[in-house]
Design a protein around this ligand. Structure first.
Ligand code: PLP
Length: 629
């Protein structure tokens, strides 16, 4: 726990069991359920599903939906707030059908609705049956088709609210509504002066991409009144950014939004809903701080600040409490899925074995480097050893280029260099003061664990915006880990690495993992990947989507679970087809090439058939490395 801080980021769902394996308790209101993650891995293997896999815990999704809704209801009750909570799930955060289905199902008792931000999302959302009272909120820029679809939704009896993001949308909405003779329900998004803090802070402020200025909101209300549609303006919307790290920005936004709502009410606009958007953060790094990957508040505090903040303003202004809408996506989905990958190898410079024995006539640079080894025992200054070794290594590379030293000499010198660095690093652990230049030694010496996955597919945000995601081994957490490492993926891209981890003291560039044992599989998980990562992932190196397993806990046995569904990931032929290839034509081309070699007598006919089958098997196989037996 000290090293991995599972309880801190786990949101109550993950912890380290006594056997050192990761355990999952997938429902906040059922603490007795405890699933050993290693048994999940065993079951996945039994099912014949190849790693890497995305594991989705549907119970966690359900739990988060219930938790958010219950928290709002509780807070509303305590505050004697007059409005109701009518939350929506923004499908952009994870559009996967099974995910949305589960959220809709879990949300039905709470009249929990859906939000769409594009035409494709709106078409998706319309196909789901949410409860009669639930809302469907439409954000994002809209064309005429989008508006017509929204009005179709009205015809179907849904409470669809079209949130106007820019003024011209209002004009076309009114025109189409009149043409179709359907009353729309309209929301306006306010361009807020409050800016969130964190990576998404540009969602607020004067240069925000979305929303109407105060003047435009007033004009919109007047225009609707003139058009005889004043009664359609029902909702005020604002969203100051995702992953709000500081609770103060939430309070500020509620204060500003509350005031705008109150003024509009006083102007005679019959608004009934205030939508506070998304932004409820996730504590990815477990620091509970205002770091970009964390947040300095809990869900309870967030909800209370929305409810009490709105109540205070409305009471002061003597206007009715509006119904409250929030569009939390990240907080609903982040915890439910993770990526499980096998560590398939270790890359370590200082472990390379090479005979460094002195030979006759060896270059003085090599013997100098070797002579540094005893320097540790005669009390030489550590910085001095580092300086000399570094200088000789640089000189050796130049000398090699000038044909002064041989390849073998360079190999000896480099091997000695890394041995010296490893020893230096050990010695530095005994001293109080570590010179600045030597601080990077730990990282330089750390191993790189090669993981069978692609950062670009499975953890896009760690690459794109330096998001910290928790990484932990699935087993052996009761053993002191002896390897400091960073993680590298199997893409041919040097950016395909993770070197920011949750450490004992804040964020660290190395992760502590266990020594790989020959013949023993070692799995690590990348957690909290359920929000945004699935859909932001790309096909770099044609790796494509991962196999997925969907897990449900078993009602009868608290330690048991079942795989409800396996969703097969990308096959090579699948990703090639996306790139306009024709896999069957490719197979034929390769077969022809093999046949030519058979005809020429270079390949035996039987062997030729085997090669042809092998090519086809690979074409239909999984894109990732084949590991395990
Ligand atoms: N609503 C709107 C308008 C958004 O733009 C977003 C995402 O940025 C969300 C809701 C979801 O935000 P979050 O995932 O932070 O809850």
């Amino acid at each position: 726990e000290r090293l991995y801080r599972v309880k801190r980021w786990g949101g109550g769902y993950f912890e380290i069991g006594e056997n050192g394996n990761l355990h999952v308790t997938p429902a906040f209101d059922n603490p007795d359920v405890r699933i050993d993650f290693n048994t999940v891995i065993e079951e996945i293997k039994q099912e014949g599903v190849q790693f890497p896999v995305v594991v989705r815990f549907h119970d966690i999704l359900r739990s988060q939906v219930a938790l958010l809704n219950q928290t709002f209801r509780q807070s509303i009750k305590e505050a004697e707030y007059q409005g109701q909570y009518q939350g929506v799930y923004p499908v952009k955060v994870n559009q996967m059908r099974e995910v949305v289905e589960e959220i809709v199902d879990a949300g039905a008792p709470y009249d929990y609705g859906l939000e769409a931000g594009s035409k494709a999302e709106l078409l998706t959302v319309l196909s789901f049956e949410t409860s009669e009272k639930s809302l469907t909120i439409l954000n994002g820029y809209k064309d005429e088709e989008f508006m017509r679809l929204a009005l179709l939704g009205r015809k179907l009896g849904r409470n669809i609210i079209v949130v106007v993001e820019k003024y011209s949308e209002l004009l076309s909405l009114v025109r189409i509504a009149k043409e179709l003779n359907i009353d729309p329900i309209i929301g306006v998004r306010s361009k807020m002066t409050v800016k969130g803090r964190g990576k998404w802070e540009s969602s607020g402020g004067d240069r925000a991409k979305f929303g109407l200025t105060i003047a435009e909101i007033i004009n919109a209300a007047k225009y609707l009144q003139e058009q005889g549609l004043g009664h359609c303006l029902k909702l005020l919307h604002f969203h100051i950014g995702s992953q709000l790290t500081d609770i103060r920005s939430v309070k500020d936004a509620v204060a500003e939004g509350g005031r705008i709502y109150a003024e509009l009410r006083k102007m005679g606009v019959d608004m009934t809903h205030v939508d506070v958007g998304g932004g409820l953060g996730v504590d990815y790094d477990g620091t509970q701080s205002t770091s970009d990957s964390s947040r300095n508040y809990s869900m309870q505090e967030y909800v209370a600040d929305v409810v009490y903040g709105m109540k205070e303003i409305c009471d002061l202004e003597e206007v009715p409490h509006p119904n409250l809408v929030s569009e939390s996506g990240r907080a609903i989905t982040a915890h439910h899925s993770c990526v499980i990958t096998q560590i398939v190898g270790e890359i370590k410079n200082s472990d390379i074995q090479f005979d460094t024995q002195a030979s006759e006539d060896e270059h003085v640079l090599v013997s100098n480097m070797r002579d540094l080894v005893p320097a540790f025992d005669n009390g030489s200054n550590l910085q001095e050893i580092f300086n000399d070794a570094s200088q000789w290594k640089e000189q050796a590379i130049e000398a090699f280029k000038l044909r002064v030293i041989s390849l073998e000499e360079l190999a000896k010198l480099e091997t000695l260099y890394w041995q010296i660095m490893a020893r230096l690093n050990q010695e530095l652990k005994q001293v109080e003061f570590v010179p600045e230049e030597l601080k990077g030694l730990e990282y330089a010496l750390s191993s790189q664990y090669l993981c069978n996955f692609s950062i670009f597919q499975s953890a896009a945000d760690t690459w794109a915006i330096d998001q910290v995601l928790p990484v932990v081994p699935i087993t052996r957490m009761n053993e002191e880990p002896s390897v400091n490492c960073s993680l590298v993926d199997i893409t041919c891209d040097s950016d395909g690495k993770i070197d920011q981890f949750i450490g004992e003291q804040g964020i660290s560039d190395v992760l502590h993992l266990h020594k790989l044992k020959p013949g023993e599989e070692y799995y690590a998980g990348l957690f909290l990947t359920g929000a945004y990562q699935d859909v932001m992932g790309d096909m770099h190196n044609l790796f494509g989507r991962l196999n997925e397993v969907h897990i449900f806990s078993d009602d009868d046995d608290p330690a048991d679970f079942y795989i409800e569904e396996v969703v097969t990931g990308s096959s090579v032929s699948g990703v090639l087809s996306i790139m306009q290839y024709n896999p069957s034509a490719m197979a034929k081309d390769v077969k022809r090439a093999i046949d030519r070699q058979v005809a020429a007598g270079n390949i035996k006919p039987r062997e030729g058939v085997k090669w042809t089958d092998f090519y086809e098997d690979c074409l239909h196989g999984y894109t990732y490395l084949k590991t395990g037996k």
